[in-house]
Design a protein around this ligand. Sequence first.
Ligand code: MIC
Ligand code: SF4
Length: 645
Amino acid sequence: MGRSLAQKIFEEHLVSGSLEPGSDLAIRIDQTLTQDSTGTMAYLQLEAMNVDQVKTDFSIAYVDHNMLQQGFENADDHKYIQTVAKKHGVHYSRPGNGICHQVHLERYAKPGGTLLGSDSHTPTAGGIGMIAIGAGGLDVAAAMGGQPYTIPAPNVMAVELTGQLSAFTTAKDVILEVLRRLTVKGGVGRILEYIGDGVQSLSVPERATITNMGAELGATTSIFPSDHRTRSFLKAQGREADWVELLPDADAQYAERIVVDLSGIEPLAAQPHSPDAVDSVANIGSIKVDQVAIGSCTNSSYQDLMRVAAILKGKTVHEDVSLVLSPGSKQVLSMLAANGALADLIQAGARILESGCGPCIGMGQAPATDAISLRTFNRNFKGRCGTDSASVYLVSPETAAVSALSGVLTDPREWGVPIAVAEPEQFPAEDNLVVPPAAPDDDVQVVRGPNIKEFPLNTDLPEQWEGVVLLKVGDNITTDDIMPSNAKLLPFRSNIPHLSEFCFAPVDAEFPRRAKQAGGGFIIGGDNYGQGSSREHAALVPLYLGIKAVVAKSFARIHRANLINSGIVPLEFEQPDDYEWLKEGDAIVVESLHEAVQSGDPIAVRVPNRDGQFMVRCALSPREQQMIMAGGRINVIRQSQKGDA
Ligand code: MIC
Ligand code: SF4
């Protein structure tokens, strides 16, 4: 039977388990990446695991998120990451070098390899033919320590691309079309493998825009073949030696298949406040625009930004629009500077930010009250931009640029003459902002500022729990809802006590007070609970507040793993109707917890104040059971170290 591309790479890296859907799959990890907002925690965990030198082929720590230095906190975190990386064999990408995913694609991603990153958009590297997966910091730390990464074996879905994009329709519109069809939970438990004749019409950076936003589908990852286009990209990066041809077998079997005709795609936009609320730009109409933000790990390629520059050249941004540009990498920004395009952008009124995540994670450039912001980014969750009342639309760079000039949402096809930007034959490939690690026996002092606090640890699972329902939330709750991030909170990613005061702030600002007063309790969630960012703070902060379990209709993949890593039990409703019945303030008693965790059989949960009960299930793999019983993954690792001693 023919094999898919994903299957080939998994088989090559298989440590244990199988690819049979429903079973666990443990793979060897070749490369890891961290970024600074999840990285401090990941390296604290690496230290707690007593890992001296990383065991991967290549590990790198990027600094790209917490770039504003309003106080000492972010600079302290950078220093900690730089020194801890140097000590343990990790490369360090300095602030200014660019966004982890963009830089990794340019300089380090390799077809056929595996990459684990403490950021949900790690699958960007799938654009080059790599199995690249986002995970919590603890899982990445364990991979640095040489442990395999375990996931439930996903189904591989073929996304067959036919035809070719027409002028002014882009890779961004392709992934928005996939999101429109599959929704933000349509990728859960799946890998999207792009196949078909249309694939070769897309360059590597275009493919990476598509795999980047596979994260918004909840997919485990997305992948493109490694073909002649991959070879040209790697050659232009001075890395032709990293190229291998990697294609699915002609008779590859896929669990599911969808067909996307590229020729039929038109300019699209995701409307507030979800990446799957997609409609065509033409249908949405000429709404007035207050802000346009271009860049991010989704749309920062040389060609993306050159097309924007070509549209803006010799023009002026509309007087009511603030246009900000956050380029994804030093490489792209320096190319724009060298060929004059940067001058065209500045002259037109673009406000140029440093290479980093910037407004995408609310690190500055929050829009005005009730503003409409068009962004080439990947997430438009309510409040993420830093302004609760703002409405964010996700669009392509072309739609963004044309609208920045007109002041209203504009279909870029109105621009008329197509813009051709040739793929560069050579990129300036200098890695001078990447600091190599020290030699293993060098004496490196790890610098810890006062902002770096200990992370909470759980205790063994008790046999019985009682507590109240502290909060009931709806479907598709994001980790931005659970533990928001913005310019004010990001500096505290290594300070769980401080962050805990803002847990669930966008949903219910009173939650932390109630949780503390009750000494902890339970959260009730709907479908796809915990979608979005990989931040394990969305598990560690509730743990700190005494949350014992989350009972939900279903969980998003990375967040479920983060809960288990922290020893918080993810319980699923047996009957989704019971979700409707439960109320905030209900008392809950869970008995025979050990049996429930170890057998996976449904158990009854009593609700004494309403004289009722409901059934939940705790379907865990043996490995997950062990972590829950021990109160989290760090405890399991510590116990095994004691056993080894
Ligand atoms: C995001 O896009 O939400 C982030 C910020 O990059 C997160 C990581 C984080 O919360 O630090 C992600 O995508 O995992
Ligand atoms: Fe940074 Fe935004 Fe990409 Fe997250 S999605 S890595 S915040 S640019």
